[in-house]
Design a protein around this ligand. Structure first.
Ligand SMILES: [Cu+2]
Length: 135
C-alpha cells in the first residue's frame, strides 16, 4: 500500500517535472492568512526554484501564507504530519495541481507562477487552504 503510494507520488513528481506546471492567469482568490506564521523564500540563482517547506498540521497548512519573489519556479515541499485531517491532498487550481499527500512523506510540488499574484493551495474540498504570494 505504502509502496504503491510512494511509486505514484514519484511518478506524479516526474510527470510534473517533465511537463512543467501550466501557467494560467494569476489567481484571483486571496486566501486568508489568519495570522498564521508566514514564510518567505529568498532566491538563489535566477531560474532555480525557491524551495518552501509546508506542513499539514492540526492547524491546517503551515505556514498558510508563503511569499516568494517573482521570476522563478517555486517548489513546495509538503508533508502531512497527522493522520486525521481533511488535507490528504494538495490542490492548486491555478497550476492544475492535485497531488496526494501520504502521511509523513515530503511531496514536492513545483509550479511556475506566471507573475506576481496570489495563488491558492488547498485540500481537495477547498476548505483547508493557504496562499502562495508572488511579488
Ligand atoms: Cu478538506
Amino acid at each position: 500500500m505504502n509502496l504503491r503510494i510512494l511509486a505514484f507520488t514519484s511518478l506524479a513528481a516526474m510527470a510534473l517535472a517533465s511537463t512543467g506546471a501550466l501557467a494560467l492567469e494569476p489567481g484571483q482568490q486571496a486566501g486568508e492568512g489568519r495570522g498564521r506564521p508566514r514564510a518567505s523564500a529568498k532566491a538563489g540563482a535566477p531560474g532555480r526554484a525557491a524551495v518552501v517547506e509546508v506542513r499539514v498540521t492540526k492547524e491546517g497548512f503551515e505556514p498558510a501564507e508563503v511569499t516568494v519573489e517573482r521570476g522563478r519556479p517555486v517548489k513546495l515541499v509538503v508533508t502531512r504530519t497527522l493522520d486525521r485531517t481533511c488535507a490528504t491532498e494538495i490542490v492548486m487550481k491555478d497550476f492544475g495541481v492535485n497531488r496526494p499527500l501520504p502521511l509523513q512523506v515530503p511531496v514536492e510540488v513545483v509550479v511556475n507562477p506566471p507573475g506576481p499574484g496570489t495563488y491558492r493551495f488547498a485540500c481537495g474540498m477547498d476548505m483547508i487552504a493557504g496562499v502562495l504570494r508572488v511579488r
